[in-house]
Design a protein around this ligand. Structure first.
Ligand code: NAD
Length: 475
């Protein structure tokens, strides 16, 4: 990367950190004002941002973008505004005997960290830049955002709008490709939030480690759907279809594969297929159905299917309108269900991130649990069924970032639940109070009383009887 780009990044970081330091302490009113400006930016320019996202994807429904990227993100701002006074209050902590009787006091103050870097992906390009921003600002920080190069028009528009609504020392958007992203991740931020793939997350954490920059990693993975025998397969199928078809499966929490009872496989596949047909009677001639973001991503998905076919999978295309995808030239792909899958297939090794749905079968529910446990800890896990003992068994014996039962994805939309992964699907979380705390420094403050505690406690040399007594008491 040209040195002048690196100089530019370093200069913005310095500008923001200097402004941050000079303006402390800032009022909560100032933080609220910044959140309100971020919300106003989204409200005033939502339609243009949705148009840019559709142009970047090839096609993406305005209504979908409005829901997922604009109103959902304004909602994150509203939630932060509503709770910020309570979240930001210092927290009294107890002081142990006998210091409590002598007037000592202890508290935690949630203080801003400084300048926080936000590195975001293309799949929800506005949401995944601005939703963390709301909490970053709520915690009193400044922010530098580097959005994805795959959604170029959206990134350019975000840069332009941020310049209009914020001063450069408050929030700045930096556009550019992987080299800029790499330089960005190596800046000595006070914290870095990365949303993207596990592979890139590993590089980002390595780069951040050079400067001991703490990271929040919001990564991906293979989120399983475990269907119990007691599931309502028609209803479950429709919900899985909705979660898998929205944004054409390009969602970090999209159901990646299903594990179903062997005698219910046909019913489970029929449920999902009918769900798709009900919501999308046509796919090509249907603006509600998104395109795959780029030729490269489209080819990767095609090759996952071919690889599975070559290795013995049965491939079922769910094409309700009998449309000709081969000659469509639109980067649209029908839901493609894979039966008889095994671990040799790439579709069972990497995150799918598109409309391909492998189906595995089990005889006893523990086989499904064991399979999840043998693989990387997923971002989301979904259980369908009415058998609460079985549900407990699945939840108590697996580990995942989050869980939705009897549906998919929905846990991310609960304002008061933290969102994040575990192990290879991420670390740290945001949303809810956990997000505010993630972007704050929990500063321990202890107030010593007037009385000479050190002497009383036997800490003061010359050591003697009082010291020995204190040591014995502590045990
Ligand atoms: P990606 O990892 O390819 O890119 C994400 C960001 O990283 C982009 O801004 C890119 O410019 C930057 N980047 C690329 N190379 C880099 C490098 N060497 N060093 C530093 N930064 C670099 O991810 P993507 O393809 O944009 O997004 C899809 C992935 O994101 C999927 O794995 C998905 O599961 C995950 N995701 C996770 C969440 C979540 O909240 N957990 C949300 C959405 C997407």
């Amino acid at each position: 990367m040209a040195d002048d780009r690196r100089d530019e990044l370093e200069a913005i970081l310095k500008l923001q950190r200097d402004a941050f330091t000079a303006s402390r302490p800032e009022t909560l009113g100032m933080r609220k004002d910044r959140i309100k400006r971020a919300m106003a930016l989204l409200k005033d320019h939502g339609e243009n941002l949705c148009k840019a996202m559709s142009a970047d994807f090839g096609n993406r429904a305005m209504e979908q973008s409005m829901l997922t990227d604009i109103s959902g993100t304004v909602g994150a701002g509203k939630h932060t505004l509503k709770h910020i006074d309570k979240w930001a209050k210092p927290e009294k902590r107890s002081v142990q005997f006998p210091l409590n009787l002598l007037g000592a006091k202890a508290e935690i103050r949630y203080e801003p960290k400084g300048v926080i870097g936000i590195l975001s992906p293309w799949n929800f390009p506005v949401n995944l830049a601005f939703a963390p921003l709301m909490q970053v600002l709520g915690a009193g920080n400044r922010a530098m955002i580097k959005p994805s190069e795959f959604t170029e028009r959206t990134s350019a528009l975000m840069a332009e709008l941020v310049e209009e609504y914020f001063t450069r020392d408050e929030v700045a958007v930096i556009t550019g490709g992987p080299e800029v992203a790499q330089a960005f991740s190596s800046l000595p931020f006070d914290h870095l939030v990365f949303t993207g793939s596990t592979a890139t997350g590993r590089k980002v954490m390595q780069a951040a480690a050079e400067n001991l920059v703490p990271v929040t990693l919001e990564l991906g993975g293979k989120s399983p759907v475990i269907m119990g025998r007691s599931a309502d397969f028609a209803k479950a199928g429709e919900r899985i279809a909705l979660g898998k078809m929205m944004n054409a499966g390009q969602i970090c929490l999209a159901p990646d594969y299903m594990v179903v009872p062997d005698d219910k496989e046909a019913e489970a596949i029929a449920g999902v297929s009918e769900g798709v047909a009900n919501m999308y009677p046509k796919l090509l001639e249907n603006d509600d159905y998104a395109s795959i973001v780029s030729d490269r991503h489209f080819e990767r998905l095609q090759s996952l299917v071919e690889d599975a076919r070559d290795k013995g999978a049965e491939v079922i295309e769910v094409n309700p309108g009998n449309e000709d995808f081969a000659n469509a030239n639109q980067r649209k792909m029908p839901l493609t269900i894979l039966r008889h899958v095994n671990d040799e297939m790439e579709a069972m090794q990497e995150e799918i991130f598109g409309p391909v749905l492998p189906v595995k079968t089990y005889r006893a529910i523990d086989e499904a649990v064991d399979y999840v446990n043998e693989n990387d800890r997923p971002l989301g896990l979904y259980y369908f069924g009415e058998d609460t003992d079985e549900q407990d068994r699945v939840l108590n014996r697996t580990i995942s970032g989050g869980v939705t039962t009897n549906d998919v994805i929905f846990h991310v939309s609960m304002d008061d639940l933290p969102f994040g992964g575990v192990g290879p699907s991420g670390m740290g979380s945001y949303h809810a109070i956990e997000g505010f705390k993630e972007f704050s420094h929990a500063r321990s403050v202890y107030h010593q009383p007037k009385i000479d505690i050190a002497k009383l406690g036997g800490f003061k040399p010359p050591y003697g009887k009082a010291t020995r007594k204190a040591a014995a008491n502590m045990m």
